[in-house]
Design a protein around this ligand. Sequence first.
Ligand code: AMP
Length: 183
Amino acid sequence: MRIVIVGPPGAGKGTQAAVLSDQLGVVHISTGDLFRAHVDGDTELGREVKNYLNSGALVPDEVTNAMVAQRLTDDVCRNGFILDGFPRTVAQAQALEELLRDRDCGIDTVLELDAPEDEVVARLLARGRGDDTEDVIRHRQQLYREETAPLLQFYADRLVTVPAVGSVPDVTARALDALRTRA
Ligand code: AMP
């Protein structure tokens, strides 16, 4: 199964993607985690993207797309994956379509985690990651509305939406049900 998980920052994409990838036996690919590992490891890519992450801005598409292309090998495509945090723009989604066409596969389902903005902002403030200051959070929410939400239209034919409020296991159960309707 090849899945994209989308939703505003703080909706629980990372948490759900980790649990779902485990249960479904597919790879979890988080572009945020990949970037943070590069920043922590002080690699050349890490130094290049650090300021974008700190300010909550999007890393330029060519950098992000190249990193994803490297991660999405033929084997990963065959065995399935959950993409978390990518694509974040329609341009990235178009690049992903092209990449997957080259690998002879495609996205089966786009799982949207839906949660009200007040709720997700409160969760992020409580999480307290380095880029979870109020200004940066507000910027990331705005980018989500402007750049990422249009993906819901782009993927309308493959989209399932689940409410992302309640406990982690409740949301997972809803997500698995929703994914089953698409299998
Ligand atoms: P996340 O862990 O998904 O919240 O991502 C953390 C940060 O990594 C974002 O605020 C961006 O700076 C960067 N990032 C992650 N994914 C992408 C992407 N698909 N395109 C551009 N920047 C990204």
